[in-house]
Design a protein around this ligand. Structure first.
Ligand code: TRP
Length: 337
């Protein structure tokens, strides 16, 4: 992350309950590493969760569960600002202001909107359509320079850039920083289902065997790896040869992400070996990664007072950082002097 302005990192995750290995390797461990390099704000995007049908009774417990999982994974509330999005009303307020800048045509091009609304656009919520403008508000409120996101969110960060540029232009201000999407940063691995190497590891997959949870026991983890789908071939000696073998590629990718090596380095050790040898090695590094996280998580998740205290403190710091920017945005559009 080289830049002339000081780096400020902002990212959010929807509170869907717990984290799985895909979130951990794909996103959260990158966040953990960034904490030492930049000022970081991480939040539970509960307002974004309102864009689809959800059970109101679950939202708050999901927020706590996800906060506990983030802290157990290494997000340190002393280093980073960790909070619940809805606890900072400025996100909603700035979203409304930016709704005046964003164009319907821009939002119509968002692939996530097209995918999620599907054929039933008329029946989708307005919030689902407006989702990327709220995300732009999340980012611009804190004058973030870098936004760590997966490939699937890159388009939303590009939209954020367009909104920032148009707002600054239209109102003749230099208020919003035009942020960079930050895709790399160690593990870029897209973690796929253990049952099908062509679909992402996901909380919504009906098969429990498709994913590893941070709450899984050592035995459950080992069993899920033992039963993971593979092919009968031994491992090749180069990454390119994995391209036609999605399940093998996924397992090697998970190993590489955990130990912090390139795929080719991993294959240097395992070329010519079958999954009978590779899977136990993978289970070992995975258990070594998850076991301490699980122990911290089990302590924390019951401690609602402590979690609420951490989130309240994070929200207070976020409010302090965001208020001057919101005030300037209000002034720019004429809502305040
Ligand atoms: N849309 C993001 C996702 O689904 C979550 C998110 C909301 C986010 N607001 C954000 C990510 C701001 C980065 C910055 O993954």
């Amino acid at each position: 992350m080289s830049t002339s302005t000081p780096t400020r990192v902002v990212s959010g995750i929807q509170p869907t309950g717990g984290l799985h290995l895909g979130n951990l390797l794909g996103a959260i461990l990158r966040w953990v590493r960034m904490q030492d390099e930049a000022q970081c704000l991480f939040f539970l995007a509960d307002l974004h969760a309102l864009t689809v049908d959800l059970d109101p009774a679950e939202l708050s417990s999901n927020v706590r569960e996800m906060a506990a999982a983030l802290i157990a994974s290494g997000i340190d509330p002393k280093k980073s600002i960790l909070f619940r999005q809805s606890a900072v009303p400025a996100h909603s307020e700035l979203c409304w202001i930016l709704n005046g800048t964003a164009r319907v045509g821009w939002l119509n091009r968002m692939t996530q909107w097209k995918d999620k609304a599907g054929k039933n656009r008329e029946g989708a919520s307005v919030a689902l359509f407006d989702y990327p403008v709220l995300q732009a508000a999340d980012i611009l409120l804190y004058q973030a320079t870098h936004v760590p996101v997966g490939e699937d969110q890159k388009q939303h960060v590009e939209l954020t850039r367009d909104i920032a540029i148009k707002f600054n232009n239209d109102f003749d201000v230099e208020l919003f920083i035009v942020p960079e999407p930050f895709i790399g940063g160690g593990t870029t691995a897209r973690i796929m289902s253990l049952r099908d190497g062509k679909v992402k590891m996901s909380k919504s997959d009906p098969s429990e065997m498709s994913r590893v949870h941070l709450t899984d026991s050592d035995d459950e983890i080992a069993q899920k790896i033992r039963k993971a789908k593979t092919d009968p071939e031994p491992l090749p000696d180069n990454a390119a040869a994995l391209e036609t073998r999605p399940e093998a590629k996924n397992l090697v990718g998970i190993y590489a992400a955990i130990v912090g090596e390139e795929i080719d380095q991993v294959l240097d050790h395992f070329a010519g070996q079958g999954f009978g040898q590779f899977k136990p090695a993978l289970a070992d590094v995975l258990v070594a990664l998850i076991a301490p996280i699980r122990a911290r998580l089990n302590d924390l998740r019951q401690n609602h007072d402590e979690l609420d205290r951490i989130l309240a403190e994070g929200a207070a710091r976020a409010i302090e950082l965001g208020s001057p920017v919101l005030a300037q945005a209000k002034t720019a559009v004429g809502l305040a002097r």
